[in-house]
Ligand binder design. Sequence first.
Ligand code: 5MM
Length: 336
Amino acid sequence: MTELNKIALKIISNGKGILAADESNGTMTKRLEAVKINSTPENRLSFREILFSSEGMKDCIGGVILYDETINQTSSAGQSIPDLISSSGAVPGIKVDTGTKELSDSPEEKITEGLDGLRDRLKKYYELGARFTKWRGVYSISEKYPSKLAINSNANALARYSAIVQESGMVPIVEPEVLMDGNHSAEVCLSKTSEVIKKCFNELILHKVDLTGIILKPNMILDGNLSKNKISNEEVSLKTLKCLKDSVPKEVPGIAFLSGGQSEIEATENLNLINKNNNTNFIMTYSYGRALQQSALKVWSKDTKDTIATQNTFNHRAKMCTLAAQGKWASELENK
Ligand code: 5MM
């Protein structure tokens, strides 16, 4: 077993999942302003520190993805944020892409940037305690999209990123997110997501990335959010499994889904069914941002001094997701 494979397994084994707390300042500002909180570095830290020091971290969270601002911050007790995360048994990780830009020649689509100077930034993040990283490619679905150009260029960037990250001794999370926006069917989502993931693996193999030392972070297969038709949760799980079985090489140790705008319960129920029906050898877990934080953020915004209520809310969500990552979740447990 290689060191990278060990790190990947530590993050996702035994029902543990990933807390995606890597919102860039722009995204975090949107999230905070939606609940009428000022987006200052202190407030961003304050909410995140409450999550990172909650009980639920120990049993449920195997890794936390941070943003550059947070990995450099210090807790109220004077501990570095990566140390605070490690003290709960979770692995600190860091988002290393620098965001998306218009794709030249297809300006309605996006290309993710951040390769320039990446090696040097990784050195700094490793010293700060990070042992895994994240890079997200974003694809939209419409009649014309995602174009071959977007599929190829984002796959190439994800592979170049992964190779450099592994060279630096860290596990790359490869996140090709096919957005749920639009009125397309789940069938279309299935065929586009499969095409995107297959191309990513072609490029990862070409760049000699060790597939036992990565974690794939894909979307689930869903109808577009504007589609009138909604397939059942059972069908979501079966289509998602079909997609991954056909497109992901067997060496990959695990898959950690993004929630992508699903409600907390939907994301939990779908993950649970994926695990119940899992006919692959992949560990199937979560790497949720909104589906782990939404309710906790609402509670916190009502009284930012009420750490206990915020942590209880987060602990509950983390516990539900961890049960789902083992196929042991049931809706009745939500009210206990
Ligand atoms: C936490 O949000 C991440 C994106 O941040 P920026 O758009 O600000 O760069 C995002 O990549 C996130 O990690 C994944 O989409 C998972 O989050 P959700 O909310 O989809 O589970």
